[in-house]
Ligand binder design. Structure first.
Ligand code: TRP
Length: 453
């Protein structure tokens, strides 16, 4: 084709470290630092962690690997990769669902991400000093139900645009290579601060002491569902990143590194949070309010608390930023390749759309809003529909695609970069065809049920 000479080579990750920083950056997000610690706390400590590890191994990791395989083999955006691997079929629908999920997740995730900027400023300016715990709660309620979050959300989105602007190698990879080590450094500092507080042991016990009596069926489902969200799978994020991975990389080992990094950071977040919560005698089961209400109380009582508080919100900010860019990239790669526009234009169009959706999401949190259906605000619906419906459907379909539709030798080739290792492929395909789809289907059905409660 005459086009061949005109098309510049496709962008891509230039180093293994850059690839892992970007993909682990996607996986490590609000899910790890905000959600994981408190679901562990509520569901029986290390007994829950054990189930979570099994879920990561048997469900999250296989789906992550499947996305990488489809993405690298397809070598294009989430929709076109399926078109290339299964021409004239309906499978590209998986890509479409991913694009819809990307807009929905960005809608609410960027709002919470915007909070982290506000809370960083509050901490560093010592604004909580002298407040009672009611006042801290009030501060949060007033802020989150007002109009100010809109401004922070827009600022956050524009900051992600800076990262996205340079593309994969000179944008996402360049920034995540610096941000992710920074994130690890901050979390280690916070862990040291927390475990050296007098009375920290109780928090560690809460987190790690196995209590199998708390391990209900719903805890197991929580573990499964969260392993999915935490690894950023089910909507083409890792598939899109996979399309930028060089043929030299071993996908199975890259996937394992990402799963290990993601789990380690989640555990460290728990170790940074619970000892402090216990040391100051604050209720550990605060649930979703843990980060913005409980923790400011904790930092207030801690020596050097405003600095550690600011560091904590900086940590959350970085975690959210590297996740948001990965979700954005699904749409940008799609728009660039399918509408045939340059990256700058694709970025502009996508950013405008995301800003509109996020503003609407944020407005649905204000009192007297009409943006609420069936007792849930639009914000909640975006969260529930994406996490409980679109992600599991996406994950299930990708597994079925890999297990039953994609050619076995193509899978083997991607897994072993040419030197076919039949045994690994067979083990992997068994998990892909039967174990993971079954587990995902169960999560999905219970998730749907939860929607109508
Ligand atoms: N994994 C991220 C977290 O733990 C969130 C995230 C980023 C995500 N990209 C995703 C979730 C894609 C699902 C799908 O917060």
């Amino acid at each position: 084709m005459s086009q061949k000479t005109a098309t510049p080579p496709r962008d891509g990750f230039s180093s293994r470290f850059g690839l892992i920083a970007a993909a682990a950056g996607s996986a490590v997000g609000l899910g790890n630092i905000w959600k994981f610690p408190y679901i562990v706390g509520e569901n029986g400590g290390s007994a829950f962690i054990l189930i979570y590890l099994i879920s990561i191994l048997c469900v999250g990791l296989p789906v992550l690997l499947a996305e990488f395989i489809v993405g690298r083999r397809g070598g294009a955006n989430a929709v076109r990769s399926f078109k290339k691997l299964a021409p004239n079929t309906k499978w590209p629908i998986i890509g479409w669902l991913g694009i819809i999920a990307a807009f929905m997740i960005l809608g609410f995730y960027t709002v919470i991400a915007g909070y982290t900027i506000h809370y960083f400023i509050l901490s560093i300016t010592n604004a909580f000093s002298g407040m009672t715990s009611e006042q801290i709660t009030q501060t949060f309620n007033q802020f989150s139900s007002g109009y100010a979050p809109i401004i922070y959300t827009i600022i956050f989105i524009l900051l992600s645009v800076i990262v996205l602007f340079g593309g994969i190698k000179n944008g996402i990879e360049k920034y995540t290579k610096v941000l992710m080590p920074g994130l690890v450094g901050i979390i280690i500092l916070l862990v040291i601060r927390a475990v050296t507080l007098p009375g920290a042991g109780e928090g560690l016990q809460f987190l790690f002491k196995p209590d199998f009596s708390q391990l209900s069926m719903s805890a197991i489902l929580d573990a499964l569902g969260h392993s999915f969200f935490s690894l950023s799978v089910g909507m083409g994020t890792m598939l899109t990143y996979g399309s930028y991975i060089s043929k030299k990389e071993n996908l199975a080992s890259v996937s394992c590194s990402i799963a290990i990094a993601d789990t380690m950071i989640a555990l460290l977040a728990g170790v940074a949070i619970f000892p402090a919560v216990f040391a100051f005698g604050i209720d550990p089961t605060a649930g979703p309010g843990l980060v913005f209400i409980t923790l400011p109380n904790v930092f207030l009582q801690m020596p050097g608390g405003n600095i550690f508080g600011a560091l904590f919100f900086l940590l959350l900010f970085i975690a959210a930023l590297t996740s948001v860019v990965s979700i954005f990239e699904v749409i940008i790669t799609y728009v660039t390749e399918e509408l045939n526009v340059n990256r700058r234009k694709a970025l502009l169009l996508t950013t405008l759309a995301v800003i509109v959706i996020s503003i609407v999401c944020s407005l649905s949190q204000t009192p007297n809003t009409f943006l609420s259906f069936n007792g849930h605000s639009l914000f909640d619906w975006m969260d529930l529909l994406s996490a409980n419906v679109l992600l599991p459907i996406g994950g299930l379909l990708i597994m079925l695609f890999l297990g039953f539709v994609m050619k076995k030798d193509e899978v083997a080739d991607e897994l072993s970069q040419g030197s076919k290792s039949i045994k690994t492929t067979m083990v992997y395909l068994t998990i892909t065809k039967f174990i993971a789809p079954l587990a995902i289907a169960i999560v999905f059905l219970t998730g749907i049920q939860a929607l109508f409660h």
